[in-house]
Design a protein around this ligand. Structure first.
Ligand code: ADP
Ligand code: MG
Ligand code: MG
Ligand code: MG
Ligand code: MG
Length: 700
């Protein structure tokens, strides 16, 4: 939460001796925090985004763009205001993995009013301006997912050479010098070293090159026998990418578990919609997204754990990296879709059960705790398990999954939260704000209509891979849950608005249960609108008797015919805009919901702009950032049809991006005819008065 505290990292040898210590105390800490906080009720909706940025330095004479390794100095300046007035700042700045990266969030979470949707983009703009003021005229802060020539020769400013043979190097990379790792906190280099040491070799990230007519094979650095592979060999290639995340607070733990589950199947869908990273180490690849790259970039599993050699020193084969899509649902309704065998230590699971944790949560936590700590500070080794949570957080925060279930921090007014983590960073504040507001609105619709998106975990995993394929947004199909009769009824008032792609849902019937009441207040929770309290359509097979306990053999969840038919392959267009008789569409559902809300005109206008943008991108009328970047490369006069994104192409591409983010150029393929959101950086006094009268938004 706060600024990262300094500390003394232990060596890998020392850390290794303490992995069971961290596990044991982490589990104890979770049990204590659970009992302290499980009955916490009545937290209101709060939410906030995180945007990561790359600092780029342009050499306008040589026509070269590089990442600028100045995040540490920049952060020192950006944090001055916060240090002087922690509660009064409009933005908060944190370090990220790259020495060229920073992460910005709003100064305070957004919350109780519909009008808050109108603040997001202005706040993002403020952040960008705040950084820009501190940069030189040849530098630029960019919310791009990946720097296209990251790891290509001389990609940093100042230039540093990698030292793969240097025993002191953390990464030992052929391409990514240690100087490109954030130097201001030991966490990042420690993680880099320990992940490599635990794995027993450097990480290995393989991407298929996009084969053009003149593509030279083997690609430089390709592994033996895999000539068409772009090989990346360092944590920085993944953790050095930027993303867009959002966190929201639930009214209680039950609602948090439910939202965690309902949003999990939407992760691959949102990944496909936000795809923004087709170029790695200066090569066009077959992938549009960062996800598998980051996943492999922190894959600390040994050969035994990866199943390459028989188990000997390690306990388990482990199916995925510690950075990947979630492996199990947490709510009773989700239990029957946990169809992938969960790996965990039976003893850890038993301790959790004996500690009073229910099966679904116990297996979730036990599964997180199959990972060893890969970053431990000497100051943190000995803790009071009844109060501290550092050991729990140590493992929790290095399980980087599509969703994160966040317990309240100790001694704070913060409640149970859920973090949505799949989205790629978009070029403009408009796009990033649109995505954030869309997802937050979706959570309201899920709770209000009691929507059910639950899809077997195995199918969500499949969707994750599909989402990353070239142009998946327009070309691929995704497993998606067909609406049940009851959902159709609840959402029967879906009105069709404009775009040709929409379903014509029947009009009439049940009004949605308003979560935003007439005052325009995001009528969070704690007032009987808790989705679970009145959720009578969920199949409550919560005992989980038919799902796996760790270590035992697989016994697949039985899915009868009706269940099988429930899941259909839909395009992104159909998922967002609707398919008659199958699914009303995410955007029409949101529109229907909004009709029951009283929304001020400006906010309404802004939300409309966002929804229209999302509909058009889903329909393929607008292209994803990834597709746009590909087109920029393929159409560049310097492009030799050899898959190579040269310094010059990279420079011109980033210059175009700069013009777009500054609003100097409206790129029709990305943004249509331009967007005119009425975003503001304050809530109009009239709405504030209402807020004061109703007394909402006050912390309980
Ligand atoms: P992390 O890096 O651990 O995911 P950050 O602190 O960087 O978390 O960002 C968390 C986000 O959650 C920020 O956008 C912040 O505004 C928001 N946030 C802060 N407090 C709350 C809260 N009580 N409920 C929901 N969101 C919150
Ligand atoms: Mg953060
Ligand atoms: Mg973080
Ligand atoms: Mg971050
Ligand atoms: Mg985060």
């Amino acid at each position: 939460m706060g600024l990262l505290s300094e500390g003394n990292p232990l060596s890998w040898e020392e850390t290794k001796k303490l992995v069971d210590h961290v596990r044991e105390h982490g589990i104890n800490q979770f049990i204590h925090l659970y009992h302290r906080l499980k009955d916490r009720q009545g937290d209101i909706l709060k939410w906030g985004d995180e945007v990561e940025y790359i600092i780029v330095k342009f050499d306008d004479e040589q026509k070269v763009a590089r990442v600028s390794l100045k995040a540490k100095d920049l952060l020192a300046k950006l944090n001055e205001k916060e240090l002087a007035d922690p509660n009064g700042v409009k933005s908060l700045w944190r370090p990220e993995y790259g020495a060229y990266m920073i992460e910005g969030t709003p100064g305070k979470p957004f919350g109780g009013l519909m009008a808050h949707f109108n603040l997001v983009e202005a706040n993002m703009r403020y952040r960008r301006e705040e950084v820009t003021e501190l940069l030189a005229s040849d530098e630029c802060v960019m919310s791009i997912t990946n720097f296209p020539r990251l790891g290509a020769p001389n990609f940093t400013y100042p230039v540093h050479q990698p030292r793969p043979e240097d025993p002191i190097s953390s990464a030992r990379s052929l391409y990514f010098p240690d100087e490109a790792i954030f130097p201001g906190h030991p966490r990042f280099k420690t993680l880099t070293r320990n992940i490599r040491m635990r794995r027993g070799e450097k990480v290995s990230i393989k991407l298929k090159v996009f084969k053009d007519v003149n593509t030279k094979l083997p690609v430089e650095g390709a592994p033996p026998g895999e000539p068409d592979v772009v090989l990346l060999d360092a944590m920085g290639f993944g953790m050095g990418c930027c993303c867009l995340q959002l966190t929201f607070q639930a009214c209680n733990i039950t609602e948090a578990r439910r939202l965690y589950d309902q949003l999990a199947p939407l992760c691959p869908i949102m990944l496909a919609l936000t795809a923004a990273s087709p170029v790695y180490r200066g090569y066009l690849t077959e992938s549009d997204c960062r996800w598998n790259v980051i996943s492999s970039s922190v894959d600390c599993r040994t050969e035994e754990e990866r199943g390459l050699v028989p188990l000997n020193e390690n306990k388990f084969r482990i199916a995925k990296s510690r950075y990947d899509s979630i492996d199990s649902y947490l709510s009773p309704e989700g239990a029957k879709y946990n169809d992938v065998k969960l790996t965990y230590d039976e003893d850890v699971y038993k301790r959790l059960i004996e500690g009073g944790i229910d099966h679904l949560l116990a297996q979730h936590v036990a599964h997180l705790f199959i990972r060893d700590t890969v970053s431990l500070f000497s100051e943190k080794v000995h803790q009071n398990d009844e109060e501290d949570t550092d050991h729990f957080e140590n493992i929790q925060s290095t399980n980087w999954q599509t969703m994160r279930f966040k317990p309240p921090p100790p001694n704070s007014s913060i409640g149970w939260r859920v973090e949505f983590r799949p989205c790629e960073a978009q070029i403009s504040d408009f796009e990033n704000a649109a995505i954030v507001c869309f997802v937050v609105l979706l959570t309201r619709v899920i709770l209000s209509y009691q929507l059910n998106f639950l899809t077997p975990i195995s199918k969500v995993d499949e969707n994750m891979q599909t989402a990353q394929k070239r142009d998946a947004c327009r070309k691929e199909k995704f497993w998606f849950r067909k609406s049940s009769k009851s959902t159709e009824q609840r959402a029967a008032c879906v009105q069709i608005n404009g775009t040709s792609t929409n379903t014509n849902g029947s009009s009439t019937a049940t009004d949605p249960i308003p979560l935003f009441n007439g005052t325009g207040k995001l009528n969070g929770h704690g007032n009987g609108l808790n989705g679970n309290a009145n959720n009578n359509n969920s199949s409550s097979n919560a005992n989980g008797s038919h799902i796996h306990n760790g270590g035992t053999d697989s016994d697949q969840t039985d899915t009868d015919d009706e269940e099988t038919e429930l899941f259909q392959l839909l395009t992104i267009n159909e998922i967002f805009n609707g398919k008659p008789g199958v699914f009303p569409g995410l955007v029409p559902l949101i529109r229907s919901y909004l009709q029951s809300m009283e929304v001020d005109t400006d906010t309404h206008c802004t939300i409309e702009q966002y929804l229209r943008f999302i509909q058009k991108r889903a329909a393929g009328d607008l292209i994803t950032t990834a597709t746009w970047i590909r087109e920029q490369v393929l159409n560049h006069p310097d492009y030799k049809k050899d898959s190579v994104v040269s310094d010059r192409i990279n420079y011109d591409l980033l210059k175009s991006i700069q013009r777009i983010q500054e609003g100097k150029h409206v790129e029709p393929a990305l943004l249509g005819q331009g967007n005119h959101s009425k975003t503001k950086d304050f809530i109009p006094p009239a709405l504030q008065k209402q807020l004061a009268k109703t007394g909402c938004c006050e912390d309980k």
